[in-house]
Design a protein around this ligand. Structure first.
Ligand code: CA
Length: 478
């Protein structure tokens, strides 16, 4: 664990860790008590041409909330250039549409029930290594900046990483500090070793705070705060009021008292928060290019989960619907990764981040991980691929997604969910009782059961979240 007051210093412990990975001959001459500079020089690997890995994590960014992914309501020039300069996966699903569980999967390559992070604010089980712990012994500089939430939101120290201090707070206050800290580190970083950097931004998650304030304090008939916005607000989605039959826990979980103006203003605000994120992503990408590192850095950009965006009367996340499930998964590196490729054929998941990073670094991925390397797909190679991805949330909810169908259930609830994503991409018709699809339903149940039975489940780790306040009465459209 690194000291928060010396984030860049190469400690003797880290030098020894690097030595274990192959720089041992150089390190052999490094006497006990050597200075940090001497240790760094001794650790140098001039012939190391492994690529850097830059993992950019957004919070609450839906896959189709980006300009280059077809969203007409937002200006995202930097995300767009990353997408157009690389490969973007259009069938990318979160391993859990909830913050900490999704992050634990991105950071380890395992499902939340395998990391112990089955709900927010829990630490990763000691059985699983995070990206930093996995990469550092192999000679990578490993740095982390921004939101962690495994368990604390912003940590001064994270096992496996040097943490770049950038304060803490919500996205509008803190993301620019994160992008500046990452940019500063890239400019001055030690050049001898490849790096693994995680730049973890909060936006557009700030929409949650607006939503909470809206729900708790603002009257439903408030109207638009700025009349001049009328006529410029995003349109409501086609499934805005769609409420197909749902398991009980979902059926009561929607916002019923927003006016149409308020819904559209909320979508407008969400877009502005994405534009804030875009500017910070741009700062880091620009710095990478200016430092001459773009063509030796594999950029992976993803998000923990999406946002309701008025689909099915939803705000926030926690749902098996696409508004919460589908997240960007963008890979880019000039000369290494196919540019301008939108992959609509392969189902991918947050579990794949670890395996992909390992593949590019020449590091063996963690044994038993369900993640797959996206590298062959990003490089345009045809390889056998998985038939489905799985997601979990709220402890008990489970979803399996195949090329055509989405199946979801909660144990003990007789109402299951089955959507034909080809015929009904907006998820408006729950087909679980369709006799003609009984075989499809049975096949998806079996697929899920077999997958779950094969997981290496650990005891859930302890949560540091404060006990939830008593729930406010549910608001329903009348
Ligand atoms: Ca989140």
């Amino acid at each position: 664990m690194s000291r928060p007051d010396a984030p860049f210093r190469l400690t003797r412990r880290r030098a020894l860790q690097a030595g274990a990975a192959g720089a041992g001959a150089l390190l052999a001459g490094c006497a006990p008590g050597a200075t940090a500079r001497e240790a760094r020089q001794a650790d140098a690997s001039p012939g190391d041409d492994r690529p850097n890995i830059l993992l950019i994590i957004s919070d609450q960014l839906g896959l189709d909330a980006i300009g280059a992914h077809g969203c007409p309501d937002v200006a995202t020039p930097h995300l767009d250039r990353l997408i157009r300069g690389g490969t973007t996966f259009m069938e990318s699903h979160s391993a859990s549409p909830v913050c900490s569980p999704a992050r634990s999967s991105i950071m380890t390559g395992f499902m939340p029930v395998e990391t112990g992070v089955v709900s927010n604010g829990r630490p990763i089980h000691e059985k699983r290594k995070n990206l930093g712990q996995h990469f550092r012994p192999h000679g990578y500089e490993t740095v982390y900046c921004g939101k962690w939430h495994l368990p604390g939101g912003y940590q001064a120290a994270i096992d496996g990483f040097d943490v770049l201090p950038a304060g803490k707070g919500q996205g509008d206050l803190n993301d620019t500090a994160v992008s500046n800290a990452c940019a500063a580190w890239i400019k001055q970083r030690p050049k001898e070793k490849p790096f693994l950097m995680v730049a973890s931004f909060m936006q557009p998650h700030d929409i949650c705070y607006w939503g909470n304030a809206r729900a708790n304090r603002m009257p439903p008939d408030l109207g638009l705060p700025f009349e001049a916005l009328r006529g410029r607000l995003p349109a409501l989605p086609p499934n805005h009021t769609s409420r197909p039959p749902e398991p009980k826990i979902l059926a009561s979980h929607f916002v019923g008292d927003y006016s149409e103006d308020m819904w559209r203003y909320y979508l407008w605000l969400y877009a502005r928060m994405i534009e804030m994120l875009d500017a910070d992503v741009g700062r880091v990408l620009d710095t990478l290019e200016a430092a001459g590192q773009a063509d030796r850095t594999v950029v992976i950009l993803t998000s923990d989960h999406g946002d309701g965006r008025g689909r099915h009367l939803h705000v926030s996340k926690w749902y098996p619907y696409d508004e919460a499930m589908k997240v960007p998964m963008i890979l880019a590196c000039p000369g290494r990764i196919k540019a301008g490729q939108a992959d609509r054929a392969h189902l991918v998941t947050g579990l794949d981040v670890m395996a992909t990073a390992c593949d590019y670094a020449g590091i063996k991925p963690p044994a038993g991980s369900g993640g797959r390397s996206l590298r062959p797909l990003a490089e345009g190679r045809d390889v056998p691929w998985r038939d489905f991805v799985v997601s979990e949330w709220q402890g008990a909810g489970r979803m399996v997604r195949t090329a055509r169908y989405k199946y979801a259930r909660y144990p003990g609830d007789p109402v299951e969910m089955l959507f034909d994503m080809q015929e009904d991409p907006w998820e408006t018709k729950n087909l679980y009782q369709e006799a003609a699809l009984a075989d499809v339903l049975a096949r998806h149940r079996t697929m899920m059961d077999d997958y779950l039975a094969g997981l290496d489940v650990v005891d859930p780790t302890a949560s540091n979240e404060r006990p939830a306040r008593p729930a406010a009465p549910k608001k329903k459209r009348t």
